[in-house]
Design a protein around this ligand. Structure first.
Ligand code: MN
Length: 384
């Protein structure tokens, strides 16, 4: 009790609860309590019920007024619970990494930061990290007097690694790793989240993107997110390359870009490229082009001629770059919708577009993915 009191800060405001006792009203005063971050000690999860390194940090102490518990649980790559069930079910809110969970006889479900998993009462299941990520989830469950979690056998390596993945969860793997990296790099660069961008740049090089392919993503970025984001991202990429060189890593430079001659009719080249990119010929001029013809010239000559003529990336990769950037920018759903259509016209199928959403959820966050998914559903409905 003394320990509890020392770890609890009593605030001046009072919580007043009123209840009846023997027909007479009794007012009991209880203070609001704050348990400061770090007040709860972490402990290693018992080896009897878990495989691999698992750390449990309760995020509040037991309270007789609240019949539930809550803990952060951090699983090292490959670590997982044994098979078990909960007397009142359990919610898992993923905060870091990639969570795998499965009920007995069911498909594997993959959940990402921000996703909330509900494990119903009495259903035998397991949860843990993917093989290559450290995963943390908040686990919240109800307490039932006289009942506790029922623990069963370990999840064997074979059970952990085999089995089918639910269709929705499988989405990520529909995109090749290098394209998943394009999504991560382009969206994080558009956000200006430099620390996470640096990690994504390293992962992209490891996944097989060449230095010049990544440079093209970061050049194209400026047409949609502006020079400041593009230049910051290019500086970050330079840092990443230097750090890797210092560690003895030699990255592939890749194909060199094509540069249009200065004498080229860039407006005509841009119009032709846009027609090939969209499959739409002789489109009537857009309202903005009639109102401000200069912007139409810049768009054709520069974006669709200078940039789209550079090669190095396929047009499919370039459209994937564009929709990744647009997803990270609020207020451009009209453009996002039209470029999702172009991405699909350039060969990305529905499964790959859903993979794009799943990668956004993992890298750019759930709100960004949710907005992009709403736009994607519109694009898919229009194509049917
Ligand atoms: Mn559970």
């Amino acid at each position: 009790m003394k320990k509890l009191l020392t770890s609890v800060v009593l605030l001046g405001c009072l919580l007043v609860s009123v209840y009846a006792q023997g027909g007479k009203e009794v007012v009991q005063e209880k203070p609001t309590q704050v348990e400061r971050k770090g007040a709860q000690a972490s402990s290693k999860a018992p080896e009897a019920n878990f495989t691999g390194d698992v750390l449990v940090t309760p995020f509040f102490s037991d309270n007789e007024d609240a019949p539930y518990y809550g803990s952060y649980v951090t699983f090292a790559p490959g670590a997982r619970t044994n098979w078990h069930n909960h007397p009142a079910g359990q919610r898992l809110i993923v905060t870091e990494g990639v969570c795998w969970t499965q009920e007995e006889g069911g498909e594997k479900i993959i959940a990402y930061p921000g996703d909330a998993v509900w494990c119903p009462a009495g259903v035998k299941h397991w949860h843990g990290a993917s093989p290559d990520t450290t995963m943390t989830h908040l686990a919240i469950g109800g307490r039932v007097p006289g009942k506790s979690v029922q623990w069963f056998e370990q999840v064997s390596d074979e059970q952990y690694l085999s089995g089918t993945v639910s269709q929705e969860s499988a989405a990520v793997s529909a995109l090749p790793a290098r394209q998943q990296s394009i999504v991560a790099i382009a969206s994080l660069a558009a956000f200006g989240d430099i620390e996470r961008l640096k990690a994504a740049l390293g992962e992209g090089l490891d996944a097989g993107l060449s230095v010049n392919e990544i440079k093209e993503v970061l050049i194209q970025l400026y047409a949609y997110a502006g020079f400041p984001r593009s230049l910051n991202a290019i500086n970050a990429f330079n840092d990443v390359i230097k750090t890797r060189e210092g560690s003895g890593i030699t990255d592939t430079i890749g194909a060199e870009p094509t540069v249009l001659p200065r004498t080229a009719d860039k407006y005509a080249a841009g119009r032709t490229n846009l027609e090939r990119l969209s499959g739409v010929t002789n489109a009537p001029p857009a309202g903005y082009a009639v109102f401000v013809p200069t912007i139409e010239v810049f768009l054709k000559e520069h974006l669709f001629a200078d940039i789209f003529a550079r090669g190095v990336l396929t047009w499919q990769d370039r459209e994937l770059t564009t929709i990744s950037v647009l997803s990270a920018i609020p207020g451009v759903n009209a453009q996002l919708q039209s470029h999702m259509g172009l991405a699909m016209y350039n060969g990305l199928d529905e499964a790959q577009m859903r993979a794009f959403i799943a990668v956004l959820a993992e890298k750019a966050g759930q709100p960004t993915a949710n907005n992009a998914k709403t736009v994607l559903e519109r694009v898919l409905a229009a194509r049917k």
